[in-house]
Design a protein around this ligand. Structure first.
Ligand SMILES: Cc1ncc(COP(=O)(O)O)c(C=O)c1O
Length: 404
């Protein structure tokens, strides 16, 4: 069934302001049911967690529901879903916990395609523990992260392989299952950054081979809160620093302090919202999520082809190379213009597109673009229209002509 874009957009009150949003990779707009769920917690009787009275039990149920919702989104076990304030803070926490057992000479593999939040924590912990960092390189000509190199990078001393499910700069989707198979054959853990990928396609953490999969709800229509899914049996073997009186149960032992119950209710509402994006989807919430996100993927891919072809057809636009099969995210420059100036020029026309390195620090450093401003990023989300794409392209065509 064709994706109903009018229906999808109706769920986002903020679209009424009329901006053209190509900035969802930095954070999407919030879906209305999410705002309602957050509001309901703030205006209802919700206490801190307690079995003793109803408002406390509500808090307990909000947390449990959010774990079930994220588990459905990712194909994970709710008992292994941990929440934190951001993907970055969760990755630091897990990296520090995992690295506690590293010995000098142990190794960790990171990639130059990743957002810095799945690079720096591992690099810094490796330095602290005397471990060696091994770098997976992307191909600058194609934007691919070749899998074959992992055969040489992974060895018997490898403890962790950290890799992204999709690049937030150019959309590349590495072959995570193949990389994970190589890691597991060597007894290493696989930490997958799913922050960019999650809203654009169905996710199955088991099929990916992810021992940890981290995602941020504010990238998929939800509140500013992140989750990481892992096997609870694995989590039982890990012991983060924690307060003495706080729960040592899994996954609570990984959650420091009192969580935002309002945001957790918003997470559940966001997952339920994603599950409704294809109104014809039937079955369990997991099944509806798989159907809806497949419809989103196909809709976004159609628009993205038009966007990339349109950009490639503008004399003066230079695209960062990337494979055809990728998340719908493209980075480019307009002639010799500084990317920040291009972003501001578009901003003046109500078009939202970020410029810079978007924390894909290693990517832009390797490309030799970081010091001169990175690039401009345009991403498709499931509320983007063909008209939005045409407006962006026309603004760039006009600017390119004026610069000639
Ligand atoms: C691919 C990727 N990983 C990680 C992050 C960091 O997420 P958070 O802001 O939740 O720490 C981002 C944010 O832009 C991202 O795009």
């Amino acid at each position: 069934m064709a994706f109903d874009i009018t229906r999808a957009r109706a769920a986002y009150p903020a679209l009424g302001e009329g901006f053209r949003h190509f900035d969802a990779a930095a954070g999407s707009l919030v879906a209305e049911p999410v705002a309602r769920a957050v509001h309901a917690v703030h205006t209802g009787a919700v206490a801190n967690r307690s079995d003793a009275f109803a408002p406390g039990r509500r808090a307990l149920e909000i947390v449990a529901e959010a774990r079930r919702a994220v588990a459905d989104l990712l194909g994970a076990d709710p008992a292994g879903v941990m929440f934190g304030s951001s993907a970055t803070s969760l990755t630091y926490l897990i990296a520090r916990t995992v690295a506690a057992s590293w010995q000098p000479g142990d190794e960790v593999v990171v990639s130059r395609l990743d957002h810095d939040s799945n690079v720096r924590p591992w690099v810094q912990l490796a330095a602290e523990r005397g471990a060696t960092v091994r770098w997976a390189e992307f191909d600058p000509a194609t934007g691919q992260l070749p899998t074959e190199q992992y055969r040489a990078l992974i060895g018997e001393r490898t403890r962790v392989v950290a890799v992204t499910a999709a690049s937030n700069a150019i959309g590349t989707r590495p072959d995570v299952p193949a990389i994970a198979a190589l890691a597991h054959a060597a007894g290493a853990l696989v930490y997958v950054d799913g922050v960019h990928a999650t809203p654009h396609q169905p996710t199955d953490v088991a099929a990916l081979g992810a021992d940890f999969y981290v995602t941020s709800a504010y990238k998929w229509s939800g509140p500013h809160l992140a989750a990481c899914a892992a096997d609870p049996v694995l989590l039982e073997t890990l012991h983060p620093l924690k307060l003495r009186p706080s729960s040592d149960a899994v996954p609570e032992r990984f959650e420091l302090g009192t969580p935002s119950f309002a945001s957790l209710a918003g997470v559940t509402a966001a997952v339920e919202h994603l599950a409704t994006l294809d109104p014809a989807a039937t079955g369990s919430r997991r099944e509806r999520l798989l159907t809806s996100l497949a419809a989103v993927r196909d809709y976004e891919a159609g628009l993205f082809t038009g966007l990339v072809d349109g950009l490639a057809g503008i004399d003066g636009v230079t695209l960062c190379p990337a494979p055809d099969d990728r998340c719908p995210t493209v980075s480019f420059r307009l002639g010799a213009q500084h990317p920040a100036a291009t972003s501001a020029m578009l901003g003046d026309q109500g078009i939202c597109a970020f410029a810079g390195d978007y924390y894909a620090w290693e990517y832009f450093q390797t490309m030799g673009l970081r010091d001169s401003g990175g690039a401009v990023r345009a991403g498709i989300y499931h509320y983007t229209t063909a008209d939005d794409v045409e407006v962006l392209l026309e603004a760039l065509r006009t600017a390119a002509k004026a610069a000639r």
